[in-house]
Design a protein. Structure first.
Length: 190
């Protein structure tokens, strides 16, 4: 819980100063998306693919760079029938985006990276056939990109793919990695 409060305090103090440091015609990029969450690596042996989605709000610093925050969620069911709960992750992150300025193209690509706190609920193996529900707050990161297909000057259909990574127990526990592929809508606000 302390990690979450420190991160929120850091975001509240640092992010507004970073945004104010740049002078540019203000615009905001808001994205709402949902789709599939697919486990990667050893995590794939424990859970099945299921659902992921989120909201992202970033302020444009210039024509190509943006900074802001996001709230991401995913849930996946365990392959074991005796797991007391599904795996779920709620992430609150600081995001940085780069979208090369290409006004003549009909699709606008972008790259996105984020660092934040993930609140994770999972089933912890106690003994051979005994599991219990557990939760943890941990730092993690997202890395990926997407495509926006404009439907006018202010709206676009969004396709996004992100790699999500975090480690339980303060970096000493299991490594959780999963891929999200989502479809949504992006709104550009000036």
């Amino acid at each position: 819980m302390r990690k979450i409060l420190v991160t929120i305090l850091f975001m509240a103090l640092f992010l507004p100063q970073t945004i104010k440091a740049f002078e540019y015609d203000t615009y905001w990029i808001t994205s709402i998306h949902g789709g599939i969450a697919y486990p990667i690596g050893s995590f794939q042996q424990s859970v099945n693919p299921y659902y992921g989605g989120g909201v992202s709000i970033r302020k444009g610093l210039d024509m190509e760079m943006s900074v802001g925050g996001g709230l991401n969620y995913c849930t996946m069911t365990y392959k074991s029938g005796n797991a007391p709960t599904n795996f779920s992750s709620t992430g609150l992150d600081i995001e940085f985006g780069f979208a090369p300025y290409m006004p003549d193209y009909f699709i606008w690509p972008y790259l996105k990276a984020g660092l934040g706190v993930f609140m994770v609920n999972y089933s912890k193996l106690i003994s051979l056939n005994n599991t219990q529900a557990a939760s943890d707050s941990t730092f993690g990161f997202i890395l990926g990109g997407g495509l926006n297909y404009p439907l006018g000057h202010n709206f676009a259909i969004n396709l996004e793919a992100l790699y999500n990574s975090m480690s339980l127990a303060g970096g000493t526990g299991d490594m959780i990695t999963y891929f999200t592929a989502t479809l949504g809508i992006t709104i550009f606000i000036k």
